[in-house]
Design a binder for this molecule. Structure first.
Ligand code: FMN
Length: 157
Protein backbone atom coordinates (compact mmCIF):
# COMPACT_ATOMS: atom_id res chain seq x y z
CA UNK A 1 0.00 0.00 0.00
CA UNK A 2 1.36 3.43 -0.82
CA UNK A 3 1.42 6.26 1.71
CA UNK A 4 3.21 3.66 3.87
CA UNK A 5 -0.07 2.65 5.50
CA UNK A 6 0.42 -0.79 7.05
CA UNK A 7 -3.12 -1.54 8.23
CA UNK A 8 -6.54 0.07 7.86
CA UNK A 9 -8.86 -0.21 10.84
CA UNK A 10 -12.55 0.40 10.15
CA UNK A 11 -14.30 1.09 13.45
CA UNK A 12 -18.06 1.58 13.40
CA UNK A 13 -20.45 3.03 15.97
CA UNK A 14 -23.94 1.84 15.14
CA UNK A 15 -27.20 1.69 17.07
CA UNK A 16 -29.40 -0.15 14.61
CA UNK A 17 -27.00 -1.54 12.03
CA UNK A 18 -26.66 1.09 9.28
CA UNK A 19 -23.08 2.11 10.05
CA UNK A 20 -22.17 -1.51 10.64
CA UNK A 21 -23.47 -2.33 7.16
CA UNK A 22 -21.55 0.59 5.63
CA UNK A 23 -18.39 -0.58 7.41
CA UNK A 24 -18.76 -4.08 6.00
CA UNK A 25 -19.26 -2.68 2.49
CA UNK A 26 -16.10 -0.61 2.82
CA UNK A 27 -14.13 -3.50 4.26
CA UNK A 28 -14.98 -5.66 1.24
CA UNK A 29 -13.26 -3.12 -1.00
CA UNK A 30 -10.12 -2.28 0.92
CA UNK A 31 -7.18 -4.62 1.31
CA UNK A 32 -5.38 -5.03 4.63
CA UNK A 33 -8.34 -3.79 6.60
CA UNK A 34 -9.84 -4.85 9.89
CA UNK A 35 -13.49 -4.09 10.69
CA UNK A 36 -14.91 -4.03 14.21
CA UNK A 37 -17.27 -2.20 16.52
CA UNK A 38 -15.78 0.90 18.12
CA UNK A 39 -16.42 -0.66 21.53
CA UNK A 40 -13.27 -2.73 20.88
CA UNK A 41 -11.16 0.34 20.07
CA UNK A 42 -8.46 -0.47 22.64
CA UNK A 43 -7.50 -3.59 20.67
CA UNK A 44 -6.41 -1.33 17.79
CA UNK A 45 -5.73 2.14 19.17
CA UNK A 46 -2.64 1.40 21.20
CA UNK A 47 1.14 1.96 21.17
CA UNK A 48 1.86 -1.48 19.74
CA UNK A 49 -0.38 -1.08 16.68
CA UNK A 50 0.95 2.45 16.14
CA UNK A 51 4.48 1.17 15.73
CA UNK A 52 3.33 0.90 12.12
CA UNK A 53 1.49 3.56 10.12
CA UNK A 54 -2.21 2.95 10.66
CA UNK A 55 -5.30 4.46 9.06
CA UNK A 56 -8.37 4.58 11.29
CA UNK A 57 -11.63 4.98 9.38
CA UNK A 58 -14.46 5.81 11.77
CA UNK A 59 -18.07 5.30 10.66
CA UNK A 60 -20.21 6.93 13.33
CA UNK A 61 -23.98 7.20 13.64
CA UNK A 62 -25.75 9.75 15.81
CA UNK A 63 -28.44 8.40 18.08
CA UNK A 64 -31.19 9.82 20.32
CA UNK A 65 -30.85 13.56 21.01
CA UNK A 66 -27.42 13.66 19.41
CA UNK A 67 -25.89 11.01 21.65
CA UNK A 68 -23.35 8.47 20.39
CA UNK A 69 -24.53 4.88 19.93
CA UNK A 70 -24.33 2.78 23.13
CA UNK A 71 -21.28 0.91 21.80
CA UNK A 72 -19.40 4.22 21.62
CA UNK A 73 -19.90 5.27 25.25
CA UNK A 74 -16.44 4.15 26.42
CA UNK A 75 -14.67 5.62 23.38
CA UNK A 76 -16.53 8.91 23.79
CA UNK A 77 -15.31 9.19 27.37
CA UNK A 78 -11.79 7.95 26.58
CA UNK A 79 -11.17 10.23 23.58
CA UNK A 80 -10.88 13.38 25.69
CA UNK A 81 -8.26 11.92 28.05
CA UNK A 82 -4.47 12.12 28.07
CA UNK A 83 -3.80 8.61 26.69
CA UNK A 84 -6.07 9.28 23.71
CA UNK A 85 -4.39 12.61 23.05
CA UNK A 86 -0.98 10.91 23.00
CA UNK A 87 -2.15 8.32 20.48
CA UNK A 88 -3.99 10.82 18.27
CA UNK A 89 -0.81 12.91 18.15
CA UNK A 90 1.29 9.87 17.19
CA UNK A 91 2.99 10.29 13.81
CA UNK A 92 1.64 6.89 12.71
CA UNK A 93 -2.00 7.74 13.47
CA UNK A 94 -4.05 8.70 10.41
CA UNK A 95 -7.84 9.01 10.34
CA UNK A 96 -10.97 10.02 8.51
CA UNK A 97 -14.63 9.96 9.53
CA UNK A 98 -17.89 9.09 7.79
CA UNK A 99 -20.80 10.43 9.84
CA UNK A 100 -24.26 8.94 9.53
CA UNK A 101 -27.32 10.89 10.66
CA UNK A 102 -30.63 12.44 9.71
CA UNK A 103 -30.99 16.17 9.06
CA UNK A 104 -34.62 16.07 10.25
CA UNK A 105 -33.01 16.11 13.71
CA UNK A 106 -31.78 19.60 12.89
CA UNK A 107 -30.45 20.64 16.29
CA UNK A 108 -28.40 17.51 16.86
CA UNK A 109 -27.63 16.56 13.26
CA UNK A 110 -24.40 14.47 13.13
CA UNK A 111 -23.58 15.47 16.69
CA UNK A 112 -21.75 12.25 17.61
CA UNK A 113 -19.48 12.16 14.53
CA UNK A 114 -18.93 15.93 14.62
CA UNK A 115 -17.71 15.75 18.22
CA UNK A 116 -15.00 13.29 17.15
CA UNK A 117 -14.22 15.35 14.06
CA UNK A 118 -13.83 18.55 16.09
CA UNK A 119 -11.47 16.84 18.52
CA UNK A 120 -9.31 15.12 15.88
CA UNK A 121 -9.16 17.97 13.39
CA UNK A 122 -7.73 20.22 16.12
CA UNK A 123 -4.80 17.76 16.26
CA UNK A 124 -4.23 16.97 12.59
CA UNK A 125 -5.92 17.05 9.19
CA UNK A 126 -7.77 13.91 8.10
CA UNK A 127 -6.17 11.46 5.64
CA UNK A 128 -9.02 12.29 3.24
CA UNK A 129 -11.92 14.72 3.66
CA UNK A 130 -14.54 13.55 6.17
CA UNK A 131 -18.04 12.88 4.78
CA UNK A 132 -21.59 12.88 6.15
CA UNK A 133 -24.43 10.63 5.01
CA UNK A 134 -27.94 11.97 5.59
CA UNK A 135 -30.80 9.47 5.92
CA UNK A 136 -33.27 12.28 5.06
CA UNK A 137 -31.55 12.56 1.67
CA UNK A 138 -30.97 8.81 1.35
CA UNK A 139 -27.37 9.48 0.39
CA UNK A 140 -25.36 7.36 2.86
CA UNK A 141 -24.20 4.83 0.25
CA UNK A 142 -23.34 7.67 -2.15
CA UNK A 143 -21.24 9.36 0.53
CA UNK A 144 -19.61 6.04 1.36
CA UNK A 145 -18.70 5.53 -2.30
CA UNK A 146 -17.25 9.03 -2.64
CA UNK A 147 -15.27 8.59 0.57
CA UNK A 148 -14.04 5.17 -0.56
CA UNK A 149 -12.89 6.59 -3.93
CA UNK A 150 -10.91 9.33 -2.15
CA UNK A 151 -9.31 6.76 0.17
CA UNK A 152 -8.34 4.40 -2.65
CA UNK A 153 -7.00 7.28 -4.69
CA UNK A 154 -4.88 8.59 -1.82
CA UNK A 155 -3.60 5.09 -1.01
CA UNK A 156 -2.47 4.63 -4.60
CA UNK A 157 -0.43 7.86 -4.68
C1 FMN B 1 -34.56 7.37 17.84
C2 FMN B 1 -33.61 8.01 16.84
C3 FMN B 1 -33.01 9.22 17.13
C4 FMN B 1 -32.13 9.81 16.22
N1 FMN B 1 -31.53 11.01 16.52
C5 FMN B 1 -30.66 11.58 15.65
C6 FMN B 1 -30.02 12.80 15.97
O1 FMN B 1 -30.18 13.39 17.03
N2 FMN B 1 -29.16 13.34 15.03
C7 FMN B 1 -28.92 12.72 13.83
O2 FMN B 1 -28.13 13.24 13.03
N3 FMN B 1 -29.53 11.54 13.52
C8 FMN B 1 -30.38 10.96 14.39
N4 FMN B 1 -31.01 9.79 14.07
C9 FMN B 1 -30.78 9.20 12.74
C10 FMN B 1 -29.76 8.09 12.75
O3 FMN B 1 -28.46 8.59 12.90
C11 FMN B 1 -29.87 7.37 11.43
O4 FMN B 1 -31.12 6.72 11.34
C12 FMN B 1 -28.76 6.38 11.22
O5 FMN B 1 -28.85 5.82 9.93
C13 FMN B 1 -28.79 5.26 12.24
O6 FMN B 1 -27.62 4.51 12.06
P1 FMN B 1 -27.39 3.12 12.80
O7 FMN B 1 -28.37 2.15 12.23
O8 FMN B 1 -25.97 2.79 12.45
O9 FMN B 1 -27.56 3.34 14.25
C14 FMN B 1 -31.89 9.18 14.98
C15 FMN B 1 -32.50 7.95 14.70
C16 FMN B 1 -33.35 7.36 15.61
C17 FMN B 1 -33.99 6.05 15.25
Amino acid sequence: MAQNIDTIYILYASQSGTSEYLATELNDQLSSSVVDSIENFEKYLNDEKLEKKSLFLFIISTSIEGSPPDAMTDFHYWMTGASASKLFNHENFEYSILGNGNSNYAETYQQASRNVKTLLSAIKSPFVECREGDQAEGNSEEMLNEWKADIKNKLSQ
